[in-house]
Design a protein around this ligand. Structure first.
Ligand code: G4P
Length: 527
């Protein structure tokens, strides 16, 4: 292989940053994403992403939109360039769109940006998404948003990150005042201040300073805020964690940035620091050992499948994360599970709103593949070899329903639908040990709605879903499984691979079972 091609691939890998923004609804993810896209010139006006989001409010609307547009307003990857970097932001839907896909998408990210509302602190959905990132050990960068509002003190927020999420933090910048008093942020790394100008906070001025004691800050922010800043930074310098890049990369220390997305305040410095610190695409584990992005043979894996809701177009889009080599439109690759060569025609890439046909893509990029029903979540594709990437984890469902078919004569189609939709990862299926009933498990309500809709439209089967009171699923590993132990506020079931799983109605029942069965292991993800 010639050196020039390697160098070209190296340059492409080096400049890529692929990440997801994790947050609780309303923390400002749409606003922040929009500002980032504006910096990259990927959209021209503020409001474009917002408009898209407004379309997504109710599930019924979502179905209607899917129908109109063909596929996938809900699934998106946004790509743009900034300062010589190629950035891929993976969308992690929240609200009604929250589903197991949201978790699976995180497996395709090399880093996460955790967005937190300064007043609300760490919220429920953030905790769930954080756990998935922490499990993978990817670096997590924190952006504390809405600094123009009254909120908790930065020290309280740092404490909360440690108490609730168990992660230490290192502030990269520090607010000068907060809420109505907010006059700027002091950048500890670049020793510069970013100051709001004018009462309406309409302009932002960036000024290089000696350090936080620089009289320029006093002049611009006033004596009171200046003194406060000096005290805070002195305390941080003495008692805070030092910046340790290795710990950041291992996900043990999160760099914190303060800002206000809606005012575009602190966003640019955040982006620039983030791009410097976030990792480029890393090697991934496979049956053939670690696969380096610089491997000259293309490889990748499918992490999400988005079905078309339009009955006239039953095709789907499989989202592929490129792991190594160069992807080219029309190339032939090995579909490892099926053991066949396939041609990747009509690949699509996802920009802010419109989908483009991709000609080439590189490690870190996400490509949408036209899927006539040949892909499953976790499938590996590779050029010329049979490597299989690590299986994607199965996440613990939180909502459960018993499913039955309304018309018994349709049992065959019903079974086919369940099998296929389970394989696609639309829902998880469990069978009770005692009565062989079928229980579906999901992470978000939307998954049930999609399941019902697709069973009817693709398999012609009306199903009945009856909600069950369970809230937790734990895979149980023990020498001898005894169903009689799990009768009160719990039940024993099997997943589709035959693993035993206990469903619990509440945390108390789960804790009690764990305490009473010290020899058993209860796992949050499938073994
Ligand atoms: P999400 O995607 O995380 O759900 O949040 P989104 O960006 O939609 O933001 C939620 C609300 O928070 C929006 O207000 C948005 O304008 C506001 N917001 C975002 N960033 C900031 C900030 O830095 N400061 C303040 N004060 N507000 C912020 P909304 O009233 O729901 O919508 P809109 O009418 O303002 O668009």
């Amino acid at each position: 292989m010639s050196k020039t091609i390697d160098q070209a691939l190296q340059n492409e890998v080096d400049k890529r940053r692929t990440f997801a923004i994790i947050s609780h609804p309303d923390a400002g993810k749409t606003t922040l994403t929009e500002k980032l896209l504006l910096f990259g010139g990927a959209i021209r006006e503020a409001g474009s992403v917002k408009a898209r989001k407004a379309n997504k409010h109710a599930t019924s609307d979502w179905m209607a939109i899917e129908k109109q547009r063909g596929i996938s307003v809900t699934s998106s990857v946004m790509q743009f360039d900034y300062n010589g970097h190629r950035i891929n932001i993976l969308d992690t839907p929240g609200h009604q769109d929250f589903s197991e896909d949201t978790y699976r998408t995180l497996t395709a990210a090399d880093a996460a940006v955790m967005l937190i509302d300064v007043a609300k602190g760490v919220e429920a959905q953030t905790i769930k998404l954080f756990k998935v990132c922490a499990q993978r050990g990817i670096p997590i960068f924190t952006f504390i948003n809405k600094l123009d509002r009254e909120g908790q003190s930065p020290f309280e927020l740092m404490e909360e990150l440690e108490q609730v999420l168990g992660i230490r933090s290192v502030p990269m910048n520090w607010p000068i005042g907060m809420g109505r008093e907010l006059s700027g942020v002091y950048d500890r790394m670049k020793t510069q201040v970013e100051l709001f100008n004018g009462k309406d906070h309409s302009t932002i001025e960036v000024q290089k300073v000696e350090d936080y004691r620089d009289p320029i800050i006093k002049e611009m922010a006033g004596e009171f805020l200046y003194d406060q800043l000096c005290q805070d930074i002195e305390l941080l310098d003495v008692a805070g964690d030092p910046f340790d890049y290795d710990k950041v990369l291992r996900g043990e220390l999160t760099p914190i940035f303060f800002g206000s997305a809606v005012n575009n305040f602190g966003v640019q410095t955040f982006l620039e620091n983030f791009l410097e610190l976030a990792p480029k695409p890393e090697p991934r584990r496979s049956t053939a050992g670690m696969i380096d992005p610089m491997n000259d043979k293309f490889s990748g894996y499918v992490f999400k499948i988005q079905a078309n809701m339009n009955p006239a177009h039953r095709d789907r889009i499989a989202f592929l994360r490129v792991v190594s080599g160069k992807f080219e439109r029309g190339m032939s690759v090995r579909h490892v599970r099926v053991g066949k060569e396939i041609k990747l025609a009509q690949p699509q890439q996802f920009l802010a709103q419109d989908r483009d046909i991709v000609q080439t893509a590189y490690p870190g990029d996400i490509v949408g593949l036209f899927d006539p029903g040949i892909f499953r979540i976790g499938d590996s594709l590779s050029q010329g070899s049979d490597i299989i990437f690590d299986e994607l984890p199965t996440f613990s469902p939180e909502i459960f329903a018993k499913v039955t078919v309304k018309n018994a004569l349709k049992h065959k189609q019903y079974q086919k639908g369940i099998d296929q939709l389970t394989e696609e990862g639309t829902i998880q299926v469990f069978n009770t040990v005692s009565f062989d009933e079928t229980i579906l498990g999901v992470v978000g309500q939307l998954q049930f709605e999609v399941f019902e809709y697709r069973m009817k439209n693709e398999y012609g089967v009306d199903v009945q879903l009856q909600r069950m009171p369970f809230q937790f699923a734990r895979w149980i590993i023990t020498d001898k499984v005894d169903a009689s132990k799990f009768r009160i506020n719990s039940t024993l079931v099997k997943d589709k691979k035959g693993n035993h799983v206990v469903l619990f109605e509440n945390e108390y029942a789960m804790r009690t079972a764990i305490d009473k069965n010290p020899d058993a292991q209860f796992l949050e993800m499938a073994p």
